[in-house]
Ligand binder design. Structure first.
Ligand code: NAD
Length: 285
Protein backbone atom coordinates (compact mmCIF):
# COMPACT_ATOMS: atom_id res chain seq x y z
CA UNK A 1 0.00 0.00 0.00
CA UNK A 2 1.24 3.48 -0.79
CA UNK A 3 2.61 5.29 2.27
CA UNK A 4 1.47 8.72 1.06
CA UNK A 5 -2.12 9.31 2.16
CA UNK A 6 -4.02 12.32 3.50
CA UNK A 7 -4.02 10.57 6.89
CA UNK A 8 -0.39 11.68 7.26
CA UNK A 9 -1.68 15.15 8.08
CA UNK A 10 -1.93 15.20 11.90
CA UNK A 11 -5.47 15.72 13.12
CA UNK A 12 -6.24 18.71 15.33
CA UNK A 13 -8.52 17.57 18.15
CA UNK A 14 -9.17 20.93 19.75
CA UNK A 15 -8.45 24.22 17.99
CA UNK A 16 -8.53 26.04 21.33
CA UNK A 17 -5.89 23.76 22.86
CA UNK A 18 -3.27 23.55 20.13
CA UNK A 19 -0.48 22.41 22.49
CA UNK A 20 -2.49 20.25 24.86
CA UNK A 21 -0.10 18.32 27.15
CA UNK A 22 3.00 19.32 25.14
CA UNK A 23 6.17 20.13 27.07
CA UNK A 24 7.52 23.49 25.92
CA UNK A 25 10.89 24.93 27.00
CA UNK A 26 11.13 28.69 26.54
CA UNK A 27 14.35 30.60 27.19
CA UNK A 28 14.01 34.15 28.51
CA UNK A 29 10.33 33.58 29.28
CA UNK A 30 10.31 36.15 32.09
CA UNK A 31 9.45 39.21 30.07
CA UNK A 32 9.02 40.64 26.59
CA UNK A 33 8.47 38.23 23.71
CA UNK A 34 9.39 35.15 25.78
CA UNK A 35 6.76 36.05 28.38
CA UNK A 36 4.12 36.51 25.66
CA UNK A 37 5.00 33.10 24.20
CA UNK A 38 4.98 31.39 27.63
CA UNK A 39 1.51 32.74 28.42
CA UNK A 40 -0.05 31.90 25.05
CA UNK A 41 1.46 28.39 24.99
CA UNK A 42 0.10 27.76 28.53
CA UNK A 43 -3.35 29.00 27.43
CA UNK A 44 -3.17 26.37 24.68
CA UNK A 45 -2.52 23.59 27.18
CA UNK A 46 1.28 23.37 27.11
CA UNK A 47 3.31 22.46 30.20
CA UNK A 48 5.67 25.43 30.12
CA UNK A 49 9.25 25.16 31.38
CA UNK A 50 10.79 28.64 31.54
CA UNK A 51 14.58 29.09 31.53
CA UNK A 52 15.13 32.58 32.91
CA UNK A 53 18.04 34.46 34.47
CA UNK A 54 15.90 36.85 36.54
CA UNK A 55 14.18 35.06 39.44
CA UNK A 56 11.62 37.81 40.11
CA UNK A 57 10.43 37.85 36.51
CA UNK A 58 10.41 34.05 36.45
CA UNK A 59 8.16 33.80 39.55
CA UNK A 60 5.88 36.53 38.27
CA UNK A 61 5.18 34.79 34.94
CA UNK A 62 4.75 31.39 36.61
CA UNK A 63 2.29 32.93 39.10
CA UNK A 64 0.37 34.62 36.29
CA UNK A 65 0.13 31.40 34.28
CA UNK A 66 -0.87 29.19 37.22
CA UNK A 67 -3.43 31.77 38.45
CA UNK A 68 -5.05 31.52 35.01
CA UNK A 69 -5.22 27.72 35.32
CA UNK A 70 -2.11 26.92 33.24
CA UNK A 71 0.94 24.80 34.00
CA UNK A 72 4.40 26.35 34.30
CA UNK A 73 7.69 25.98 36.16
CA UNK A 74 10.65 28.30 36.21
CA UNK A 75 14.35 27.39 36.20
CA UNK A 76 16.73 30.15 37.21
CA UNK A 77 19.58 29.76 34.74
CA UNK A 78 21.96 31.73 32.59
CA UNK A 79 21.57 29.99 29.24
CA UNK A 80 25.08 31.15 28.25
CA UNK A 81 26.49 28.88 30.94
CA UNK A 82 27.07 25.23 30.02
CA UNK A 83 26.70 23.96 33.61
CA UNK A 84 23.38 25.78 33.99
CA UNK A 85 22.09 24.24 30.77
CA UNK A 86 23.17 20.75 31.89
CA UNK A 87 21.26 21.30 35.13
CA UNK A 88 18.25 22.60 33.18
CA UNK A 89 18.26 19.48 31.03
CA UNK A 90 18.45 17.24 34.13
CA UNK A 91 15.58 19.05 35.83
CA UNK A 92 13.30 18.97 32.80
CA UNK A 93 14.08 15.52 31.41
CA UNK A 94 14.02 14.13 34.97
CA UNK A 95 10.30 14.93 35.01
CA UNK A 96 9.21 14.62 31.36
CA UNK A 97 10.14 11.91 28.89
CA UNK A 98 10.76 14.41 26.14
CA UNK A 99 10.57 18.05 25.21
CA UNK A 100 8.05 18.66 22.42
CA UNK A 101 8.68 22.35 21.76
CA UNK A 102 11.81 24.44 22.29
CA UNK A 103 11.81 28.21 21.86
CA UNK A 104 15.30 29.75 21.87
CA UNK A 105 14.30 33.33 22.57
CA UNK A 106 17.14 34.95 24.55
CA UNK A 107 19.08 37.61 22.66
CA UNK A 108 20.22 41.22 22.99
CA UNK A 109 21.71 43.94 20.81
CA UNK A 110 23.12 45.76 23.85
CA UNK A 111 25.62 47.15 24.47
CA UNK A 112 25.65 48.61 20.99
CA UNK A 113 29.32 48.94 20.00
CA UNK A 114 30.16 50.39 16.60
CA UNK A 115 32.34 47.99 14.60
CA UNK A 116 35.18 50.53 14.41
CA UNK A 117 35.26 50.65 18.22
CA UNK A 118 34.63 46.92 18.79
CA UNK A 119 37.10 44.26 19.98
CA UNK A 120 37.36 40.45 20.21
CA UNK A 121 35.90 40.81 23.72
CA UNK A 122 32.80 42.67 22.49
CA UNK A 123 32.38 40.18 19.60
CA UNK A 124 32.50 37.31 22.12
CA UNK A 125 29.76 38.96 24.23
CA UNK A 126 27.52 39.26 21.15
CA UNK A 127 28.26 35.62 20.32
CA UNK A 128 27.43 34.43 23.84
CA UNK A 129 24.11 36.23 24.22
CA UNK A 130 22.82 35.68 20.67
CA UNK A 131 24.23 32.41 19.35
CA UNK A 132 26.19 30.18 21.76
CA UNK A 133 23.18 29.41 23.97
CA UNK A 134 21.08 28.51 20.91
CA UNK A 135 23.61 25.71 20.24
CA UNK A 136 23.82 24.73 23.95
CA UNK A 137 20.08 24.52 24.62
CA UNK A 138 19.26 22.88 21.29
CA UNK A 139 22.02 20.33 21.86
CA UNK A 140 20.53 19.59 25.28
CA UNK A 141 16.95 18.92 24.12
CA UNK A 142 17.10 17.79 20.47
CA UNK A 143 18.05 14.16 21.34
CA UNK A 144 14.85 13.79 23.41
CA UNK A 145 12.83 14.88 20.37
CA UNK A 146 14.69 12.56 18.00
CA UNK A 147 14.38 9.58 20.37
CA UNK A 148 10.78 10.46 21.22
CA UNK A 149 7.91 11.65 19.04
CA UNK A 150 9.68 14.50 17.24
CA UNK A 151 9.13 18.14 18.04
CA UNK A 152 9.28 21.75 16.98
CA UNK A 153 12.18 24.14 17.55
CA UNK A 154 11.61 27.86 17.13
CA UNK A 155 14.54 30.22 17.08
CA UNK A 156 13.73 33.86 17.73
CA UNK A 157 16.21 36.03 15.89
CA UNK A 158 15.71 39.34 14.13
CA UNK A 159 14.70 40.88 10.85
CA UNK A 160 18.34 41.99 10.95
CA UNK A 161 19.24 38.33 10.30
CA UNK A 162 17.60 38.82 6.91
CA UNK A 163 18.53 42.39 5.98
CA UNK A 164 21.38 44.70 6.91
CA UNK A 165 22.01 46.10 10.37
CA UNK A 166 24.53 48.85 9.70
CA UNK A 167 24.62 49.83 13.39
CA UNK A 168 26.38 46.63 14.47
CA UNK A 169 27.38 44.05 11.85
CA UNK A 170 28.50 41.64 14.59
CA UNK A 171 24.96 41.49 16.05
CA UNK A 172 23.58 41.14 12.49
CA UNK A 173 25.99 38.28 11.78
CA UNK A 174 25.00 36.44 14.99
CA UNK A 175 21.30 36.70 14.17
CA UNK A 176 21.94 35.55 10.58
CA UNK A 177 23.81 32.56 12.03
CA UNK A 178 20.77 31.66 14.17
CA UNK A 179 18.60 31.88 11.06
CA UNK A 180 20.90 29.63 9.01
CA UNK A 181 21.38 27.22 11.92
CA UNK A 182 17.58 26.80 11.86
CA UNK A 183 17.58 26.07 8.13
CA UNK A 184 20.43 23.53 8.36
CA UNK A 185 19.03 21.76 11.42
CA UNK A 186 15.61 21.54 9.76
CA UNK A 187 16.93 19.77 6.69
CA UNK A 188 18.90 17.30 8.83
CA UNK A 189 16.20 16.31 11.30
CA UNK A 190 12.93 16.45 9.36
CA UNK A 191 13.13 12.68 8.87
CA UNK A 192 13.13 12.34 12.69
CA UNK A 193 9.93 14.32 13.01
CA UNK A 194 11.69 17.47 14.21
CA UNK A 195 10.75 20.77 12.56
CA UNK A 196 12.89 23.88 12.97
CA UNK A 197 11.89 27.41 12.02
CA UNK A 198 12.97 30.92 12.89
CA UNK A 199 11.19 34.20 13.56
CA UNK A 200 12.78 37.45 12.39
CA UNK A 201 11.48 39.99 14.90
CA UNK A 202 11.19 43.72 14.32
CA UNK A 203 9.37 46.67 15.92
CA UNK A 204 8.04 44.83 18.97
CA UNK A 205 7.52 46.73 22.22
CA UNK A 206 9.39 45.03 25.09
CA UNK A 207 11.50 46.09 28.07
CA UNK A 208 14.58 45.64 25.84
CA UNK A 209 13.35 47.78 22.97
CA UNK A 210 11.09 50.72 23.79
CA UNK A 211 9.69 52.11 20.55
CA UNK A 212 7.29 54.53 22.24
CA UNK A 213 9.30 56.74 24.61
CA UNK A 214 10.70 59.82 22.93
CA UNK A 215 8.60 59.28 19.80
CA UNK A 216 5.21 60.40 21.15
CA UNK A 217 5.27 63.59 19.06
CA UNK A 218 5.75 61.70 15.78
CA UNK A 219 3.13 59.03 16.43
CA UNK A 220 1.51 59.79 13.06
CA UNK A 221 4.60 58.40 11.29
CA UNK A 222 3.84 54.74 12.12
CA UNK A 223 2.30 54.34 8.66
CA UNK A 224 5.66 55.42 7.25
CA UNK A 225 7.79 53.19 9.49
CA UNK A 226 5.92 49.91 8.96
CA UNK A 227 3.68 48.79 6.09
CA UNK A 228 1.17 47.47 8.64
CA UNK A 229 1.13 50.95 10.16
CA UNK A 230 1.47 50.10 13.83
CA UNK A 231 3.85 48.94 16.53
CA UNK A 232 4.08 45.20 17.25
CA UNK A 233 3.55 43.59 20.67
CA UNK A 234 4.74 40.32 22.25
CA UNK A 235 1.30 38.80 21.46
CA UNK A 236 2.00 39.34 17.72
CA UNK A 237 5.17 37.26 18.02
CA UNK A 238 3.53 34.68 20.30
CA UNK A 239 0.77 33.93 17.78
CA UNK A 240 3.30 33.08 15.07
CA UNK A 241 5.30 31.01 17.56
CA UNK A 242 2.08 29.12 18.41
CA UNK A 243 1.52 28.40 14.72
CA UNK A 244 5.10 27.11 14.37
CA UNK A 245 4.93 25.07 17.60
CA UNK A 246 1.64 23.36 16.79
CA UNK A 247 0.44 20.93 14.13
CA UNK A 248 -1.03 23.91 12.24
CA UNK A 249 2.45 24.13 10.67
CA UNK A 250 3.05 20.36 10.38
CA UNK A 251 4.36 20.77 6.80
CA UNK A 252 6.51 23.85 7.49
CA UNK A 253 10.19 23.51 8.30
CA UNK A 254 13.46 25.30 7.58
CA UNK A 255 11.86 28.71 7.22
CA UNK A 256 12.55 32.07 8.75
CA UNK A 257 9.45 34.22 8.99
CA UNK A 258 9.82 37.96 9.40
CA UNK A 259 7.26 39.03 12.02
CA UNK A 260 7.93 42.69 11.52
CA UNK A 261 4.82 44.56 10.40
CA UNK A 262 6.19 44.34 6.86
CA UNK A 263 9.49 46.19 7.33
CA UNK A 264 11.50 43.49 5.55
CA UNK A 265 9.11 43.47 2.60
CA UNK A 266 8.90 47.25 2.50
CA UNK A 267 12.65 47.57 1.99
CA UNK A 268 13.66 51.17 1.54
CA UNK A 269 10.16 52.46 0.76
CA UNK A 270 8.36 54.81 3.14
CA UNK A 271 4.79 56.06 2.97
CA UNK A 272 4.82 59.83 3.29
CA UNK A 273 1.69 61.05 5.12
CA UNK A 274 2.40 64.54 3.79
CA UNK A 275 2.83 63.61 0.11
CA UNK A 276 0.32 60.70 0.41
CA UNK A 277 2.59 58.46 -1.64
CA UNK A 278 5.49 56.04 -1.19
CA UNK A 279 8.93 57.61 -1.39
CA UNK A 280 12.36 56.00 -1.43
CA UNK A 281 14.35 59.19 -0.90
CA UNK A 282 12.45 61.00 1.83
CA UNK A 283 13.51 64.64 2.32
CA UNK A 284 11.01 64.67 5.17
CA UNK A 285 8.06 62.39 5.72
N1 NAD B 1 11.79 43.57 20.64
C1 NAD B 1 12.18 43.69 19.38
O1 NAD B 1 11.69 44.55 18.61
C2 NAD B 1 13.24 42.78 18.84
C3 NAD B 1 13.80 43.09 17.58
C4 NAD B 1 14.73 42.22 17.02
C5 NAD B 1 15.07 41.05 17.70
N2 NAD B 1 14.52 40.77 18.92
C6 NAD B 1 14.91 39.50 19.57
O2 NAD B 1 13.80 38.90 20.22
C7 NAD B 1 14.25 38.15 21.37
C8 NAD B 1 13.47 38.60 22.60
O3 NAD B 1 13.67 40.00 22.76
P1 NAD B 1 12.86 40.91 23.81
O4 NAD B 1 12.81 42.26 23.21
O5 NAD B 1 11.63 40.21 24.25
O6 NAD B 1 13.94 40.92 25.02
P2 NAD B 1 13.80 41.34 26.56
O7 NAD B 1 15.19 41.78 26.95
O8 NAD B 1 12.68 42.30 26.77
O9 NAD B 1 13.50 39.97 27.29
C9 NAD B 1 14.51 38.98 27.34
C10 NAD B 1 14.24 37.99 28.47
O10 NAD B 1 15.36 37.06 28.50
C11 NAD B 1 15.90 36.99 29.81
N3 NAD B 1 17.35 36.70 29.70
C12 NAD B 1 18.30 37.57 29.27
N4 NAD B 1 19.52 36.98 29.27
C13 NAD B 1 19.32 35.71 29.72
C14 NAD B 1 20.18 34.61 29.94
N5 NAD B 1 21.50 34.71 29.71
N6 NAD B 1 19.66 33.43 30.37
C15 NAD B 1 18.31 33.32 30.61
N7 NAD B 1 17.45 34.34 30.42
C16 NAD B 1 17.93 35.52 29.97
C17 NAD B 1 15.60 38.37 30.40
O11 NAD B 1 15.66 38.38 31.83
C18 NAD B 1 14.21 38.64 29.85
O12 NAD B 1 13.21 38.01 30.63
C19 NAD B 1 15.76 38.40 21.45
O13 NAD B 1 16.44 37.34 20.83
C20 NAD B 1 15.95 39.69 20.67
O14 NAD B 1 17.26 39.83 20.13
C21 NAD B 1 13.63 41.62 19.51
Amino acid sequence: MASQTPNNVPSIENWNLLLDGKVAVITGGGEGIGRGISKLFAEHGAIVEIAEINSELASSVVNEITAAGGKARAHIVDVRNEKDVTELKKNILGVHEQVDVLVNNVGDYRPLVRFIDSSPESWKKMYDINLHHVFLVTHAFLPSMVDGNGGSIINIHSVEAMRAYPGDPIYGAMKAAVSHFSTCLASGFGKDGVRVNGIGVDLTQTPQVDYISGYEDVDDLWEAWAPIGRLGWPEDQARVALFLASDLSAFVTGHNIPVDGGTHAGGGWFFSPEAQRFVNRPKTL
